[in-house]
Design a protein around this ligand. Structure first.
Ligand code: FRU
Length: 502
């Protein structure tokens, strides 16, 4: 037996390795973070500390559907190569660990560390299912935990919860930032149909300052996962309040709206009541920004939708995050908008790029023969002269296809996943979705980031963004440009993207 055991063990290990190789899902993203296994939703606790980007996430390690929520954990030094870490926070007697944020407590206001070795403090909702079942209305409360080893391990505060629910069924997703104007911490909390602002000197004692949102903006569903950030707009401070809603998105299900305006430490005052969306596609939800990145605002969302997130045809893993995006402000006429662009760090993954300076596309132009070995993940940059209609078509030999394009007559961008393969898990999944063109520029600068089962369209330098997932039954390895009328495409650059190191 003694002799057989090592043999048996190596056989089993070998078999396990072969199985994981053989059954690796071809739809698993190569350049987007996915947990090795099981269910993931919202990004949480995103904080940059000592050269490391931390990404925590809503995680259920027990199955590939939503369940008792933990905070999973991944780290990266460059925002594109992610390494999964052990689970950071487990549910306890106060409840599941729902969404929240993390900050570097540089002045040790919490007393959990020292100014020399500042603690990281996570602020999150605890969701008590027993209270929910008993219809208490007070089953969501805010708790904190701290780490004194750079985010590796976390200790929950002994006097949790630090912010008790006054009787609102939906009372969650605290996003905390250092509010320098008031020399205090500021929490933005989602409360059903509005956000509430709470201030604190030490992350432990919280006082309500004000609220915003009733009757303003989109209200097709409950408000979740807010984020309040500021930008320097030509020397003037401008605030942006990001709020996810589910359902009620512009293309059905979950989506993320934003408001541009002023914040005075008590309430937020938008410049107007125009509804704006960070991403018009159906697959970018609960996105927020990293904390402790100074003036740089880096945003990342959950690349799925509550309408079908638990039904998508992946089994070992379920859900990916979007590519991290840099947020900036841009003026169009009298309006201020937020633009999103893939972080420049994506270049870390770029293989040998190929450029086609001038191209006239009429009917179809097959890019594939120009490309050395079209991989499953790539970036395509190009300019469409005179904002004419065009489309990029990704397809396979079975004629399963995805179209990403622009309709000049309607002044709309669109993504059509009507015939992308496996789509019968939900009735509304397979259709075309559109987004308005906001820019008035003569030409359309476009960046497309494609992965095995997702596409992210950053049109007009990120003014109109659409993210969609899809599930072909064999990989899309044909790339074509199409147009019914002749259209000039300038400065096309095709950049293959290498899979992230795991
Ligand atoms: C958003 C959300 C949050 C909540 C979490 C639970 O997707 O519903 O409001 O904290 O997911 O997993």
């Amino acid at each position: 037996m003694k002799k057989i055991m090592p043999l048996l063990c190596s056989f089993l290990l070998c078999a396990q390795f072969l199985l994981s190789q053989t059954f690796e899902d071809p739809n698993r993203p190569l350049i987007h973070f996915t947990p090795k296994e099981h269910w993931m939703n919202d990004p949480n606790g995103m904080v940059f500390y000592n050269g490391v980007y931390h990404l925590f996430f809503q995680y259920y390690p027990g199955a590939s559907v939503w369940g008792p929520m933990h905070w999973g954990h991944a780290t990266s030094k460059d925002l594109v190569n992610w390494e999964e870490q052990p689970i950071a926070l487990y549910p306890d007697k106060l409840g599941y660990i729902f969404s929240g944020s993390a900050v570097v407590d540089k002045n040790n206001t919490s007393g959990f560390g020292s100014t020399k070795k500042p603690p990281l403090v996570a602020i999150f909702t605890q969701h008590d299912t027993a209270g929910e079942r008993a219809h208490t209305k007070t089953f969501q409360n805010q708790s904190i935990a701290y780490s004194t080893n750079g985010g590796k391990t976390w200790v929950k505060y002994k006097n949790n919860p630090v912010l008790k629910n006054p009787g609102d069924e939906d009372f969650r997703d605290p996003k905390v930032m250092w509010y320098a104007d008031g020399n205090e911490w500021m929490m933005t909390l989602a409360v059903k149909d509005h956000v509430e602002f709470y201030s604190s000197p030490n992350l432990k004692d919280w006082t309500k300052q004000g609220e915003f949102g009733k009757g303003i903006g989109a209200h097709g569903g409950v408000w979740e996962c807010p984020d309040l950030i500021s930008f320097d707009d030509n020397g003037k401070k401008v605030w942006v309040l990001i709020v996810s809603i589910n359902p009620g998105g512009p293309n059905g299900g979950s989506a993320t709206q934003y408001f541009v305006g002023n914040f005075d430490g008590k309430t937020f005052t938008p410049f107007n009541d125009k509804i704006k969306w960070i991403d018009y596609g159906p697959d970018d939800y609960a996105g927020v920004t990293w904390s402790n990145t100074d003036d740089r605002k880096i945003f990342l969302g959950w690349m799925s939708n509550w309408a079908y997130g638990q039904l998508v045809p992946t089994s070992a893993w379920r859900s990916a995050m979007t590519i991290p995006r840099n947020l900036n402000l841009v003026h169009v006429g009298d309006e201020i908008y937020v633009t999103s662009k893939p972080v420049v760090e994506l270049n870390v993954l770029t293989g040998k790029a190929q450029a086609i300076p001038n191209l006239i596309v009429y009917k179809k132009y097959d890019l594939t023969p120009d490309l050395v070995n079209a991989p499953r993940s790539f970036k395509l940059d190009f300019t469409v002269k005179d904002a004419k209609s065009f489309a990029v078509k990704l397809s396979n030999e079975k004629n399963e296809r995805l179209l990403v394009g622009y309709n000049e007559a309607k002044k709309e961008f669109y993504i059509n996943r009507g015939a992308t393969g496996n789509a019968d898990f939900q009735q509304d999944f397979a259709k075309e979705r559109s987004a308005p063109r906001i820019s008035t520029a003569e030409n359309i600068h476009t960046t497309l980031v494609a992965d095995a089962s997702s596409v992210e369209l950053f049109a007009d330098d990120g003014l109109t963004v659409m993210t969609e997932i899809f599930f072909p039954t064999s990989p899309f390895d044909l790339i074509q440009l199409t147009s019914d009328e002749p259209v000039t495409i300038n400065n096309l650059i095709y950049s293959p993207l290498k899979p992230m190191k795991k």
